[in-house]
Ligand binder design. Structure first.
Ligand SMILES: [Zn+2]
Ligand SMILES: [Zn+2]
Length: 343
């Protein structure tokens, strides 16, 4: 029985192109008690491998967090499979607006300690004591209330390219940091202000809202399904769209355009731009915003040093990388002294 991938990403890409079939990009999550995450992981892998599902899925004792692409013609089968798992029956599926055949190239189902690396000690508070969930229409109404503080629960590189009008966007690298900053900012208003929060797909707010209630906030609201679901409801119900720019997403597209506004700048020349890229130097891989002109001039690199490195023979590059831990740990995501226009 096959429990892991055998094809490389390149091989998958070719296969997908040849098959040319329509796929749906979607995500879902659920906090639930999972007794044996490894067994559950194998159950998912076997079923989804058979259904030609691709994506990145995390399973933990606390639940599941999944980002997937499903062949459109097998969606019904996929849905029936989910409904057959008691804690996933009728789970809300966030379906991406822009569909992309190649949003994922492999099926990866991983067992983790947590479904979101949130840095929180769950023993200290009740994660099921969540905030009030609001849909797009209610959310639009709520954020016009002068007594509301609207908080973006995402990281700096996400809110930089798009956020709700008038939202507080903490300049943080991690979810854990934003929790503390917001609590400090609002410490005198735990009872009188309404705290309204949002994130990409809603999962971070599930934890954050419970955390703030535990910390004494009396009026906590969260955007159900996050920006992804908001954008869908706004479109389907013809509501006013109060989000500006792009929604950062974690597949290879890196951003889903919500409005035509470009609110950020190329980190190298300062021109308006909201396209994220990863530095072409394998040993760097810095996530940053780069315009097409700089992409050409800098060969998709973040710095002169990285350009020099990518011109070295592959063997030499490999030798340089040896002993250097995972590049994500060298740079804080999306920050580097070398980027002139990164605030
Ligand atoms: Zn530029
Ligand atoms: Zn670089």
């Amino acid at each position: 029985m096959q429990l892991y991938n055998k094809l490389s990403a390149k091989e998958r890409e070719t296969l997908l192109e040849q098959a040319g079939e329509e796929r749906l990009t979607l995500s879902f999550y659920q906090y639930a008690k999972i007794g044996n995450p490894h067994l559950f992981r194998n159950h998912l892998f076997i079923a989804w491998h058979e259904q030609d599902v691709l994506g990145r899925i995390y399973v933990a004792h606390e639940g599941i967090n999944a980002q997937l692409s499903v062949p459109a013609k097998r969606f019904k089968e996929f849905k029936e499979f989910l409904d057959g798992i008691y804690f996933l029956k009728n789970v809300r599926l966030n379906i991406a607006i822009e569909q992309d055949l190649k949003s994922f190239l492999k099926l990866k189902v991983k067992v983790r300690d947590k479904i979101v690396a949130d840095g929180l000690n769950d023993e200290t508070f009740d994660v099921t004591n969540k905030g009030i969930h609001v849909d797009a229409s209610k959310f639009n109404e709520l954020i016009e209330d002068p007594n509301v503080v609207l908080v973006d629960m995402r990281n700096h590189y996400e809110s930089e390219i798009g956020h709700f009008k008038n939202a507080v966007t903490p300049d943080v690298d991690t979810f854990r940091d934003s929790l503390d900053i917001i609590e400090e900012d609002l410490k005198d208003h735990k009872e009188d202000k309404k705290l309204v929060m949002y994130c990409t797909g809603g999962i971070r707010c599930e934890k954050a809202s419970a955390y703030y209630k535990h910390k004494g906030f009396k009026n906590v609201f969260q955007l159900e399904g996050g920006i992804i679901e908001y954008a869908r409801q706004v479109e389907n119900q013809g509501l006013e769209n109060k989000f500006i720019g792009k929604n950062f997403v974690f597949d290879h597209r890196r951003g889903e355009r919500i409005t035509e506004d470009v609110i950020s700048h190329c980190h190298q020349c300062g021109e308006p731009c909201d396209t994220h890229t990863n530095c072409a130097n394998e040993a760097c891989h810095l996530l940053f915003i780069q315009c097409p002109k700089c992409e050409a001039a800098m060969e998709n690199c973040c710095s002169e040093e990285c350009i020099e490195i990518i011109h070295l023979p592959e063997e030499e590059q490999k030798r340089l990388r040896q002993g250097i831990p995972n590049s994500n740990k060298i740079f804080k995501k999306g920050r580097s002294e070398k980027l002139k226009f990164k605030k």
